[in-house]
Every structure is written in structure tokens, then in C-alpha cells.
Design a protein. Structure first.
Length: 89
């Protein structure tokens, strides 16, 4: 069985930066643009790194900020100071 993790964002300016950063750190990820939503999915794991997001948005970023734009996600969350990962344990 293939296990995919995913995160779906409201299609906002901030979310576009997050998606760009996720794509840079996860070249295996699939990005789906839907009406008012952007879904990112990958087999087994997605990493969202603070450093990459900060490069995109041009300022200091707290991982928790992202939750304002998240619609839903699938997978177990592993959160550290500098990254948030979705995976299946």
C-alpha cells in the first residue's frame, strides 16, 4: 500500500510562499492547484523547513504561523524548532 501525506492550504499569498518552499525541499512532492486551495502531497514524508520559508518570505518566520492558512493535513506531525514534518509512523 502506498501511503501519501498531504497538506492543503487556502490559496493565499502566504500559502504560495509555503508551497514554493515545500517544493524546493521536497522535489518528489506533487502540487495540485484547485479552486481556492493548494494541496501538496508526497509519498511517505513532507518536510517544511523554517530556513527555506524565511528565504521565500524575506523575514523571520514561526512554524505555527502556517497553521492560519492550513485547511487540512494527513499524516503524523513531527514538529521541531526549525521544521515541521508530515509522515506516517
Amino acid at each position: 500500500m502506498t501511503s501519501f501525506v498531504f497538506i492543503a492550504f487556502q490559496d493565499t499569498d502566504n500559502a504560495r510562499y509555503y508551497v514554493d518552499a515545500i517544493a524546493a525541499d521536497n522535489p518528489h512532492a506533487e502540487i495540485q492547484h484547485q479552486p481556492a486551495m493548494i494541496r501538496v502531497q508526497a509519498k511517505d514524508r513532507l518536510d517544511i523547513r523554517r530556513e527555506t520559508v524565511e528565504e521565500r518570505i524575506g523575514r523571520t518566520w514561526d512554524v505555527q504561523e502556517m497553521m492560519l492558512d492550513v485547511i487540512t493535513l494527513g499524516g503524523s506531525i513531527e514538529e521541531e524548532e526549525d521544521r515541521l514534518s508530515l509522515c506516517w509512523n
